[in-house]
Design a binder for this molecule. Structure first.
Ligand code: OVM
Length: 405
């Protein structure tokens, strides 16, 4: 039971009150069992415990993605956009696009960007801190000033898209992540503008539009080598523009929240900037910017005492798994001393985030630049949440950055 008298299976996971604070709902869901019918929607089950979520993510044969990873079942409903060749497919179709993209976004390829992004981080932070008064304090909403602007500064350039029109990226992503959920008011709010945003995004995926040295060009080069087709290439580029912006914005929002609310962790990170990577992954576990994805039962699947019928949707609560006390000690605590690896904030298995090295590099570059100049990050006012059917996000995070002098 949640704080109200409603059984957890009858709670709407996508209501505004659940989105504002999903933690009590998630705790009740985990306690109710390994899998729970979610009766607000047809043929839907929810999984909130780490063990089952982790196992299901590895079991792509029975928990498939090809019928969509949102509530909508592509066997019955027309998807709102052509399905992603990476996210919304199963083997064997999934494999060629994944094989192409993985090395383009892999650690070896990113070495080329490391110096550039660290320099960009320094410039970005210097520009923000230039406004500090005589007290050496900058009070700012870090969502626009850091979490949004830094990914928007480095990532679209790395993909190789033109400057013009980049304001479409965040609203496109916000709508896309809402569209994995039910057709509620959040989806209705985005619907009038989808066509403009999607039209622009799709147009950036053409070979002629992309620079010849970015991730986009590397995808087209794989098409030239016959590793994917020329029809597939633009959709693989689209995945970068779909999954690569809002996710990192809210990942950075999460790690900034962690640093502001855990000053001792910030002090340790300053003393040892190598801790930036574990801080980021622990923040991904703790906040889980991507909260949920769905799977579809390929056959009747027994889970505990329940049989999920073939064709039913299963809502996998990644954020809940990442805070399951059955798996994690003191899971609600942000703890730089824990090993967060094994968290499912980037998913797990075949579909595990192919861009995670890019995300980590962005976080490292920004945190290193902040660590070099900012002694303390303080919460200046209560943050506000941005509601999204998939993402756990902040709208605003007013903070005070106290400079080291
Ligand atoms: C894609 C895609 C879109 C949204 C999210 C995502 C988190 C992938 O278009 O491939 O992964």
């Amino acid at each position: 039971m949640t704080t109200t008298e409603v059984p957890v299976g009858e709670v709407d996971p996508f209501s505004r009150s659940t989105l504002e604070n999903p933690l009590p709902f998630q705790a009740a869901l985990r306690d109710a069992g390994p899998i729970v019918p979610l009766t607000r929607y047809d043929d839907l089950y929810g999984m909130g415990r780490y063990a089952e979520v982790h196992a299901a993510l590895l079991d792509w044969q029975r928990f498939c993605s090809g019928s969509g990873v949102g509530l909508s079942n592509f066997r019955r409903e027309q998807p709102w956009r052509p399905p992603s060749l990476l996210l919304e497919t199963d083997p064997p179709h999934h494999d060629a696009p994944r094989r192409v993209l993985a090395p383009i976004l892999g650690p070896r390829a990113l070495r080329r960007l490391r110096e550039q992004w660290f320099a960009a981080g320094e410039e970005h932070v210097d520009a923000l801190l230039a406004d500090s008064g005589p007290a050496g304090v900058v009070e700012v909403d870090v969502m626009p000033a850091l979490a949004e602007s830094f990914p928007l500064r480095v990532f679209p350039d790395a993909v190789g898209i033109p400057r013009e029109g980049r304001e479409h990226l965040l609203p496109y992503g916000d709508h896309l992540f809402n569209a994995f959920g039910p057709a509620n008011d959040l989806v209705a709010k985005g619907a009038p503008h989808v066509a403009e945003h999607a039209g622009w995004v799709n147009a950036q995926c053409a070979r002629e539009v992309l620079t010849d040295d970015g991730f986009g060009a590397a995808i087209w080069a794989a098409a030239d080598r016959g590793e994917i087709t020329a029809e597939q290439a633009p959709l693989v580029v689209r995945s970068l523009l779909s999954a690569g912006v809002d996710t990192t914005v809210h990942g950075l929002g999460a790690v900034l929240r962690a640093m502001a609310t855990h000053p001792e962790a910030w002090a340790r990170l300053r003393a040892d900037p190598k801790l930036a990577r574990v801080a980021f992954d622990e923040a991904i576990r703790w906040e889980s910017p991507v909260q949920t994805f769905f799977r579809t039962a390929e056959v009747d699947v027994p889970v505990g005492d329940t049989v999920v019928p073939e064709g039913a949707k299963i809502l996998m609560f990644l954020g809940s798994a990442n805070r399951d006390p059955r798996h994690w000690a003191d899971p609600d605590r942000f703890d730089l001393d824990r090993d967060p690896s094994g968290h499912v904030g980037f998913g797990m298995g075949l579909h595990q985030c192919v861009g995670q090295h890019v995300a980590r590099l962005e976080a490292e570059a920004l945190l290193a630049a902040l660590a070099a100049r900012v002694e303390r990050i303080e919460v200046a006012a209560a943050p506000t949440r941005h509601h999204n059917n998939t993402m756990r996000a902040f709208e605003t995070q007013p903070m005070r950055l106290r400079l080291d002098r």
